[in-house]
Structure formats: C-alpha cells, structure tokens
Design a binder for this molecule. Structure first.
Ligand SMILES: Cc1ncc(C[n+]2csc(CCOP(=O)(O)OP(=O)(O)O)c2C)c(N)n1
Ligand SMILES: CC(=O)[C@@H](O)[C@H](O)COP(=O)(O)O
Ligand SMILES: [Mg+2]
Length: 642
C-alpha cells in the first residue's frame, strides 16, 4: 500500500537553514512529519529503519541548534542518517537509496556537504570529530568553514575500542568537542557487555522524568565553563548529571541521561552546550530504536534493517527463496560438528543473526560468545581460546574482519593457533555498497605463512569446508562464502573433510581451462555452456584452496591447455596472484601459456544489486565468456562485452 504522509512543515525544508526560524513547537511537529516521511521512504526501498526512527528528534534538534555544514555532524555507522538526509536536501532522492546510481545508505562525503565524514563500519565518529576539531584549530582548508565537531555514537558502537581510544585522546587535548551517546539499549541484537550494563545503571540512577524541569532551565543551571571540573559541573547542574564517572575520568563533562525523544530536553541542552562548552562534553540521550512505528518497536531487532514493507501492516515484501542461505548452512553445519566435538565454540562480534550464531547459541549457549562490536578483541579472544585447548570459530563478515587484521597476524597466525575463520559476506554484497564489500580477505589472509584459505563454490561445499576446518588443528584456517542464498545444489547429509590443498575437476574441455576459486563457479559454468556452443568447450576446475595452492592441479591445467583463466570474488593480490606467482616460478609462461586473472577491479564499487556490481567488475558469465574468446583470439558475438 503506498503511503504519502501529510508533511506541511517538512515541505518547507530544503536545507537545515529553513528550520532556523521554526518555533520549538513547530520543531516538535517537524519531527513527527520527519518520522512519517522516513517510514514511508524506507517502506518503498527497504534499508535501515529502526536506528533512524530512534534519532528523529535528535536530528531535528541538532539541525535546529547547530549550523551544518559549517558545524560537522558525524553519524557513527551512519545507518541512522536517513532522517538527516531528508533534512539536508536529499528528500527527493530517497527513493533511490541503496540502489545503483542512487543515494548511499550511509553518509558519504561525495554525496553532500552535509556529510562531512563517510562511515558504515562503527565507532569511528569520535576520532573523526576530533580530527575535524584539531584541523579547525590548525586552520585547515574547508570549503564550508569550520565550526563545532559533533559525534553521534550509539551504545552498540560504544563497545568498540576505537571509541575509547578517541575519548582518551580528546580528554587529553581538552578541546571543545561534543559527543552524543545515543543509548537505545540495542545494537542489532540486544547489546552485550559490562559497558552496556554501566550505561543502563546511569539511566537507572537518574531517570529523566526527574530532569525535565531542570533541562528546561538548563541554560541558567550550566556553569561556564563546563571544564571547571566534573564534580563542580555535576553539583551545579544538580539533577541533570549523575556522575558519569567513566566519561568524566576520561576528561569529558557528562550531561544526562536525557530523553532523546523529548524536544523540551534536547533543545535547551544542545543550546546550552553550544553556548557554553569549552572542552569535551558527552551528552547521554536515552532513545528507543524503532520509535514511533509499532512493527519496528516490537521486532526483536527493533526494525534494524528491513526489506520493502507495507506501512499499514509492517509486513515485509521478501522474494521467496529457492535455496538455503549460506549463513544458515554454515550455522547448521557448525552445530553438527559441535555436537561431536565439545571443544568447538563460536564467537561473533555483534552479529549473531547475520552470522547464524544465534542458532548455534540456542543449541550451545555456554560455547557461544557475542563480544559486541569488538572484532579485534574477538579475534584475540579466539586466539586465547585456541591456546587454551578449545577450537574456536570466529564468525565475522569479511569487511569487519579487516578491523581485526593485526590480531589475525600477531595473535593467531604467528602462533599457528587453530582458530577457524568463518568469513561471511565474502565478495560484493549489494545494497550496503563499497564499505561492506568483502573484497580483500583472500589477499590479506593468503599472504600469511601457515594459513589455510578456502572458498566455497556452493552451499554443499560450505558444509565440507566447515567439516574440514573443524578437524584442522595444524594452524589457522579460513573459509569464505557469499551473502544470500546458495545455488540450490543437492546437500550432503554430513560434511566430509576435504584434503587440504586439493581442488577438484568439474568438467574436461579443450583449449582453455577456467580455474574458479569460490562462488563465481556458477557463472563459470554458465559461460562454459555458452563457450561449448561456440565450439570452445573449456575445462573447468574448482580450486577450493587459495592456500595451500593445489600446485599439481594448477600446473597440469597450465601445461595441458593453451590458455588459463582464474576467477575469484576478490581484489588483486589473492588467489590469481598466487597462481601467477607459481606459474612464473615454474617457468610455465616461458612456454607461451596465455594467462588471465579475473579479479575485482581497482575501484570501490558503489551499491547496486550484487549481479549489477559484478557487471561493473566485468565478472558475470558473459564477461567470462568474452574473456576466454578474446584470449583465444576468437571473434566475439556482437552485443557481448569483455
Ligand atoms: C566494525 C563494525 N562491526 C559491525 C558492524 C555491524 N553493525 C552495524 S550497526 C550495528 C549496531 C550498532 O548499534 P548502535 O551503535 O547502538 O546503533 P543503533 O543501531 O542501536 O542505533 C552493528 C553491529 C559495523 N557496522 N561495524
Ligand atoms: C550497518 C551495518 O553494518 C549492518 O546493518 C549491515 O547493513 C548488515 O548487513 P547484512 O544485511 O548483510 O547483515
Ligand atoms: Mg544502540
């Protein structure tokens, strides 16, 4: 059902400057309209919903009080930035969000001057805001001028080390910096950890209903300057601040908790901070993820991300699936392995649903750990578990494992510990775009001594790779698999461990061999059919391992064919580079082998459907076919692209 809310005030807003003349009661109404508009917009496109609904009032208040783009409003993760986009000149393009050629689902510097900093991975906002502040003080160039630096960070994002590293530095520098801790007691799943409990305690000790009156008069209550000491500030603002001791110890003035949906609290507090702050200030707002839209409020993830949906019912419009998702196949296989090996345990960094570990946790609660958004800790925690005799699986998206890379090298690889990396979302993921693409793991893992690196060609292969990893005690091992559904192959009853470093022949052909690593195999087979129809039936093999390479398979294919093409869903430096290195070392190029490596191009590919992104990368079946034909010097069919 299409839903066009009445938005008379919002209709007057082209840029945030348009709301400067709004009265406080108009700002309250604007927030209601913005909420309805956000729900309607996401219902048409799908995307991140709950987080944006939780910061509607905060978005309006920030734009009313501060002067973006001169003042830098930096949204952490930025999945909550849809309302901000609507208020900053992008309302008319919201129907394009997360689609090819459309708006990004995150803040993006190239998209708008109102997005001073791009994000999508969490917990970067305070560091970036501090950088802006210091750049301003040092007189850095800025086409829009310098103003305040404001980081808006969620309670989930607050579990990552980077946030504390930044606060530690900010407290030391002592410069004016505004951090808004948007505490909705949710990450994607319920938040975990002592920090989360600590924040809840701050709220429990001073519920904001007691603070409403104090907040109204905040201007007169807050002392100039805030930095005269946390105790003095706390005393002077009496009921408003409740000894946010951790933040104060880090050198911040702590204000809160305040009701982040109540403009009567938000506006005066922000105005006061704008007028008076002269050091780092942390404003603790309590909000509700999914606020104001019942289907989101009542969902277990509070409407974190949604497919297109019917506004009236909240019902999502999801395409029926033909095959199980890779994530579910992984989870079921791991449960199966863990039922026979009590040393197997599993670790997720705040993505229990996304990685399938919610299922594992239901079955083995004492062997499943959600460490929060803390990939670095998660990896080293696994190293410790492995050193202590357990067999941990670190289930982390390819893109987020980037954050734990030093831990992979220093804590796992160098110590040759049997940590098993289940790398979900490998390759191009679609609507989340370049920030979430799993492009680099093959390259950054295959260069590590002693690491075993596998990629699943389909969901049945994934089952075998879980079984392989479960029995691999000789050092670290990783297996990667894409986002979404499998290809619909017949599933094995149970995983059978693969021989380490051995690939498999898929079909025998003539002049050319295509050696696939990972889930492009489906496209390779489609290309092979087309090539066969053109009289150049290729040999097709599945490498399974990027490390150790199946040297025998590679060299046989190279020596028995005129041409060899490798393909992988990853950037240069991965599987194809290792194959090329082997061929060069063995002198195979000297005998005239034609070799091409199909990898992701050296660009960041913007959001689109995965197949559209792979078209940009020239890695779909038609591109494979064209690549082979051009390599063999066979004339191509008009309309087909290489
Ligand atoms: C480094 C990193 N790990 C994991 C994620 C996936 N992720 C995106 S949003 C989110 C939850 C963030 O929670 P919070 O900061 O409290 O924001 P909320 O959604 O509650 O508004 C997670 C885990 C990420 N974006 N970045
Ligand atoms: C913002 C963020 O990082 C997550 O919400 C991400 O969009 C989830 O991606 P999946 O949908 O692939 O789990
Ligand atoms: Mg949260």
């Amino acid at each position: 059902m299409s839903h066009a809310p009445q938005t008379p005030l919002l209709d007057r807003v082209r840029t945030p400057a348009d709301i400067k003349s709004f009265s406080d009661s108009e700002l309250r109404k604007l927030a209601d309209e913005l909420r309805a508009e956000t729900i309607a917009a996401v219902s048409r496109t799908g995307g991140h919903l709950g987080a944006g609904l939780g910061v509607i009032e905060l978005t309006v208040a920030l734009h009313a009080v501060f002067d973006a783009p001169r003042d830098k409003i930096i949204w952490d993760v930025s999945h909550q930035s849809y309302p901000h986009k609507i208020l900053t000149g992008r309302r008319e393009r919201m129907h394009t969000i997360r689609q090819k050629g459309g708006l990004s689902g995150f803040t993006k510097r190239s998209e708008s001057p109102y997005d001073p900093f791009g994000a999508a991975h969490s917990s970067t906002s305070i560091s970036a805001a501090l950088g802006f502040k210091v750049a301003a003080d040092l007189g850095g160039d800025s086409p829009v001028g310098h103003g305040d630096s404001i980081a808006v960070i969620g309670d989930g994002a607050m579990s990552a080390g980077m946030a504390y590293e930044a606060m530690n530095h900010a407290g030391d520098l002592g410069r004016r910096l505004i951090v808004i801790l948007n505490d909705n007691e949710m990450s994607i799943a319920p938040p975990v950890g002592a920090m989360s409990r600590y924040l809840s305690r701050l709220y429990a000790e001073a519920p904001f209903q007691d603070l409403k009156e104090a907040a109204k008069g905040a201007v007169s209550l807050l002392p100039p300057p805030f930095r005269e000491g946390a105790k003095r500030a706390r005393d002077l603002i009496k009921g408003m601040a409740v000894g946010g001791t951790l933040f104060e110890a880090l050198g911040f003035s702590y204000l809160g908790p305040i009701d982040g949906h109540d403009m009567e609290q938000l506006l005066p507090v922000l105005r006061t901070v704008k007028a008076r702050a002269d050091g780092p200030v942390l404003i603790h707002t309590i909000t509700q993820k999914g606020k104001g839209y019942r289907p989101a409020e009542s969902a277990p993830d509070r409407g974190h991300a949604r497919a297109k949906f019917d506004v009236a019912t909240g019902e999502q419009k999801k395409a029926p699936s033909n095959a199980p998702s890779y994530t579910k196949v992984f989870a079921r296989s791991l449960i199966d392995e863990a039922s026979r090996d009590s040393r197997i345990c599993a670790v997720t960094a705040a993505m229990p649903d996304g990685t399938g570990l919610d299922l594992f946790g239901e079955r083995f609660p004492s062997r499943c750990f959600d460490v929060g958004i803390a990939e670095q800790h998660g990896v080293t925690f696994c190293a410790g578990l492995a050193a202590g005799g357990m067999r941990p699986f670190a289930a982390i998206y390819s893109t987020f494992l980037q954050r734990g890379y030093d831990q992979v090298v220093h804590d796992v690889a160098i110590q040759r510990l049997p940590v098993r990396f289940a790398i979900d979302r490998a390759g191009l993921v679609g609507a989340d775009g370049a920030t979430h693409a799993g492009s680099y793991d093959v390259a950054y893992l295959s260069n590590l001594p002693g690491f075993t690196v596998m990629a699943a060609a389909d969901e049945a292969e994934l089952v075998h790779m879980v079984a392989t990893a479960a029995r691999h005690d000789e050092g670290p091992i990783a297996f990667r698999y894409p986002r979404g559904e499998g290809v619909g192959v017949e599933m094995p009853e149970r995983g059978v461990p693969l021989e380490i470093g051995k690939g498999r022949m898929i079909r025998e052909g003539g002049r050319v061999a295509i050696l696939s690593f990972g889930a492009r195999l489906k496209e390779v087979l489609e290309a092979a059919e087309a090539l066969e129809a053109r009289g150049v039936a290729p040999t097709v093999a599945d490498a399974r391992f990027a490390k150790p390479l199946d040297r025998e398979l590679v060299l046989t294919l190279a020596r028995e064919h005129e041409a060899l093409v490798t393909i992988e869903e990853g950037a240069v430096g991965g599987f194809g580079s290792h194959v090329a290195q082997l061929l060069a070392e063995e002198g195979v190029f000297d005998s005239g082998l034609k070799y091409r490596s199909m990898v992701l191009p050296d660009i960041f590919i913007d959001q689109a459907k995965p197949e559209e992104m792979y078209a940009v990368a020239a890695m779909n079946a038609e591109h494979i076919e064209a690549k082979v034909l051009s390599l063999l010097g066979v004339a191509q069919v008009a309309g087909r692209r290489a």
